[in-house]
Design a protein around this ligand. Sequence first.
Ligand code: PMP
Length: 384
Amino acid sequence: MPRLYFDYNATTPLAPSVRQALQVALERNIKNPSSVHAEGREAKRLLDDCRRKTSGLLGCLPEEVCFLSGATEANNTVISSVWESRSQDRKSQGRSKIVTLLVEHDSIVRSLEQFQKKGATVEVVGVNRYGDLDQEALERAVDERTLLVALMASNNETGIQFPVEKVCHLAHERGALFHTDVACTVGKAPFDFGRCGADFASLSAHKFYGPKGIGALLIRRGTKFSPVLVGGAQEFSRRAGTENLFGILGLSEALDFSLHGLERENERLTSLRRWLKEELLRLYEWVVFHEHPTRQLPGALNVAFPGFSGQTLLANLDLEGVAASHGSACQSGSLEVSRVLLAMGIPEEEALGSIRLSFGRMTTEGEVQELLEIMKRVLRRMKK
Ligand code: PMP
């Protein structure tokens, strides 16, 4: 029996069009885009084409795209760059506070810890029961000492979306820079860097049907920037090292794939999600969903089975052919209770009984039906 994949928020399957484009490129045996010979110039043309396509689809300028290994590197780079270049930026001088959200990805949280040791003040804004940010606390936190506000566009564990445009406006009004992690947003909800107004945005291709280990940091034109990797003029001297051209090609193709017909796809996912929820409630009226009533991505369902161990449930589902997860993919394997759910004020017992089912383009109604059948079997067994 083919396995059922319900872990799209950890990573998505590779799109067929991406696989095809990569196969063609592999056959062409692409050379180094920095070489000046004909082969190098051909590689450079491909790189430029990918950059143009990427920028066009993300609503930014080609030179605002910096390709790198993914959102982890992008998030680390933003924090480092903003901190290191604050003395060169007249507007940022004398500012040392970074405001962020309690449920950010670890690549923001851990990176901020490093800069706290170097003198940065970090103020963390909490979330409510629906995972939404505490607007009043945010208003209080962002002041004339704030250097940067970092707010993810949607959360990887719950699929809850945040009002980034509004918060970006607030940050700018108070003279601070604004960064948004769109790793779990691009390809799932409309995102336009220009319209959003952010100074920086981080993304990873494997979250929208592209290859792993490639992503981009969008950097608003004119923003002061201090690179982490030096020793080469690649990416307009913002990220040294020979470009991952296959990855970059995969990323640009994947963007095209994931954004094509997005609205219709989201309607389909919304009804799949509604059906899955209704069926779960019909079978187990005591289940609890961790979601936002209006700002919810349709491809993620975070559900608690209080009294059950989410970890054991996932292990049993895995044995029965279902791939799902709990917490962040980067933390799975650990028995820790989800800090995102705890931050939302969810009791520990409920958080421990939670799992995340995430799905997307390749998920069919038949698969959801099969998932429900398997869940019934597994939960019956676990009850015994
Ligand atoms: N930010 C968010 C919101 C994520 O979900 C992830 C991946 N779990 C990352 C950043 C890091 O992405 P990557 O592992 O591709 O660098």
